[in-house]
Design a protein around this ligand. Structure first.
Ligand SMILES: *Cc1c(COP(=O)(O)O)cnc(C)c1O
Length: 421
């Protein structure tokens, strides 16, 4: 029996209605930008497996470092214990994070990093004797699938059964370069009428909202306003972190730096699951006390797993290398040329790019998980390219190490799809 057949017996896949989508493709090999299925078919991974393996699948440098670490310390409790990989990782992060970030808290995935960010914001005020119970978030944001993260996510397509259990969240539109006055007015009203603890946002690019991009000056003004009202700003850089926007972090495009940052996805280069929530000294100090209950009583069994820390540290070394920085510039320039190549196509609109993130919309009516979207997905796969359209948006977020030939193939298949839809 094929892996695909055996899969169906016991496995329940994420974000999947199994009755409509019974098949899962079995991948037997992953190397650099290429996935190979159990029948030997190859696919260029043009979305870096949800933006994780930016240095290429099974990156030799990362795997060799992790396999050395594996023989030294595999796992140890991170409450009351520490280890070199976590310490080295913290030092490496300090060199690249916005300079106001001083403390690092570990967890396992993007959603939990956001939960922790939310808890930091709520408890920060609680510890200072102020009850603030409302959060602000952008419309159409996505922050994960645990309860706090779902609550701040505006894209609640399938959250129906859970909505009555959500945290209190007020929403503002993203700044689009024209609406700043109105956004700031809404923000002012929300802050006046509620006790706002924090503002949770995806800086500059809203990934799950189909790579919706907004304006950095507007975001800077929003952050400034929040900070002047004691609202803890929580930047969810789970998707944008580690070079995607052309800088190490999207937050580096603004003058006003966040109080808290959430990181995961490309953190370990796709090798192991891990996430971080980082914060300023000021946030940390609100928890630092002789009173034990003022601590942050949150922890996961695998917090700061030494193997994941080693993968992350190796990934950061790669990110800072001349080779990867050159790759990032190469991919950015290549996307720009592709953008001008398709910009006059009658079925193409809203071409947008930030760093290596490239997206455009098909100028035809489509639903997010509809039939045409499935057909497009299948068309790309049949042509050897893994792209995952979001509604009528086609986006590319390939590994930095994708070759020019592979990039050209991705573009050619997209152009071919434009002729067929
Ligand atoms: C993917 C993502 C998350 C959730 O991360 P998981 O690891 O899937 O839980 C949160 N925020 C953003 C911006 C993301 O892109």
């Amino acid at each position: 029996m094929s892996l695909q057949e055996r899969d169906k017996k016991h496995l329940w896949h994420p974000l999947t209605q199994h009755k409509i989508h019974p098949e899962s493709l079995a991948i037997s090999k992953a190397k650099n930008a290429v996935l190979t299925d159990e029948n030997g078919n190859e696919y260029i991974d043009a979305i870096a497996s949800w933006y994780t393996c930016m240095y290429g699948h099974c990156n030799d440098y990362i795997t060799s470092k992790v396999s050395e670490q594996m023989k030294r310390v595999d796992q140890v409790v991170f409450s009351g214990f520490t280890h070199e990989p976590a310490i080295k990782l913290s030092e490496a992060l300090m060199a690249i994070l916005p300079e106001n970030q001083q403390k690092i808290f570990f967890s396992d995935n993007g959603s939990t990093s956001v939960e922790i960010g939310i808890k930091m914001a709520l408890q920060y005020h609680f510890n200072r004797g102020e009850k603030r119970n409302t959060l602000i978030a952008f419309e159409d944001g996505f922050h994960g699938d645990t309860f706090g993260a779902m609550s701040v996510s505006g894209l609640s397509v399938y959250n129906g059964p859970f909505e009555e259990f959500f945290l209190d969240v007020k929403r503002i539109p993203v700044p689009n370069g024209e609406n700043l006055e109105s956004v700031l007015a809404q923000l002012e009203t929300i802050i006046k009428e509620n006790k706002v603890a924090g503002f949770v946002y995806e800086p500059l690019v809203q990934g799950a909202a189909a790579m919706k991009m907004h304006d950095s000056q507007g975001l800077d003004a929003i952050l400034k306003y929040c900070k002047s009202h004691g609202v803890i700003t929580v930047a969810d850089e789970v998707m944008t972190g580690f070079g995607k926007t052309g800088k190490h972090f999207a937050s580096l495009h603004m003058d006003t730096k966040p109080d808290v940052m959430c990181l995961s996805k490309a953190l370990t280069g796709g090798l192991l699951p891990m996430a971080l929530t980082t914060c300023t000294q000021e946030v940390y100090d609100a928890f630092y006390s002789d009173d034990i209950s003022k601590g942050l009583f949150h922890g996961h069994t695998y917090s700061a797993n030494p193997l994941a820390c080693t993968a992350a540290l190796s990934g950061i070394e790669l990110l800072q290398s001349e080779a990867i920085q050159k790759d990032i510039k190469r991919v950015m320039a290549s996307h720009e040329v592709f953008g001008s190549r398709i910009k006059n196509h009658p079925k193409v609109k809203n071409i947008r790019q930030m760093g290596v993130i490239f997206a455009f919309d098909l100028d035809i009516e489509m639903t997010r998980y509809g039939n045409l979207r499935d057909k497009l997905f299948k068309f790309f796969m049949d042509n050897g390219v893994f792209l995952r359209p979001l509604g009528n948006t086609i986006y590319i977020q390939a590994p930095y190490v994708i070759t020019n030939t592979e990039l050209e193939k991705v573009y050619a298949v997209i152009e071919k799809a434009l002729e067929t839809v």
